[in-house]
Design a protein around this ligand. Sequence first.
Ligand code: PBG
Length: 326
Amino acid sequence: MKLTERPRRLRKSPQIRAMARETFVQTQKLIYPIFVEEGENIKAEIEAMPNQYRYSTDKLDEILEMLVKLDIGGVLLFGIPKHKDECGSSAWDENGAVQQAVRYIKKNYPDLVVITDVCMCEYTSHGHCGILEHNDVHNDKTLEVLAKTALSHARAGADMVAPSDMMDGRIGFIREKLDEEGFENTLIMAYSAKYASAFYGPFREAAGSAPSFGDRASYQMDPANGDEAMREIRLDSEEGADILMVKPALAYLDILYRAKQATDRPVAAYSVSGEYSMIKAAAKNGFIDEKRIIKESTQCIFRAGADMLITYYAPEIARFVKAGEL
Ligand code: PBG
């Protein structure tokens, strides 16, 4: 038959396919989330996230050495405090879990980019992401505690702070406070398009951060909205964010794509706890091929426009990259 277009020619052999491939993954673009818990001698598996652990700082070496060996770009730290209260005061404790871990990692593994999650939900007794007033999170009062927290992370040596609270104006507010204190070189990675998502379920078990009443719909975004995400991205850019994030990843690839088209800044994708747990659970049942699912979803996220990827599968992905499989 006379066909002018035969796209299959480009799929003829593994060599030609490799030549024609559009998307490549690099280990330096991967960021691994770590839960750091206050205390000592802790390595506790998270039930809903098999093979993911909460670590005390003294137990971090094993995982950090592995990440360095695999040339993984960086880590994103979440803190699990001993003490919680109404305003989440442990969040800016100079000797808090995150602050200690940051100092330890920057001293012993200086080449790992250290990013800290800046939010109140792990630190407040009510589990909401800020200061409550009339049973809702008060935007402007929350900015103050977020900025204090971000500053304490910067003082500890964090390369980058990542506000995940979704308050209005927090990027500009935090930027100004950091600059005032001489941290003009500390980057801000904004959780810009962060949706009110059920995909965070396993994380809330891991971090003990589920809200004790209500939900996060008055601050995180409605999954039905896309234009609104572009507005958040624009605002965070205008307020000085260095990197913009879309979260979750797999169910939000359209948002990721649009974000990448709409901005001149790097865009990060966060493949969240629920995405990890779903793959793990299905694989455990033999319903899917875990390795192939990891590779495929990673390629899809980068193809959609991610410049970097935060994922609990970072070590597995890096191993695929090293083996020439990604
Ligand atoms: C803190 C925060 C959450 C996640 C990242 N930062 C939880 C939430 O918003 O409830 C979710 C990460 C994940 O599910 O892997 N606010």
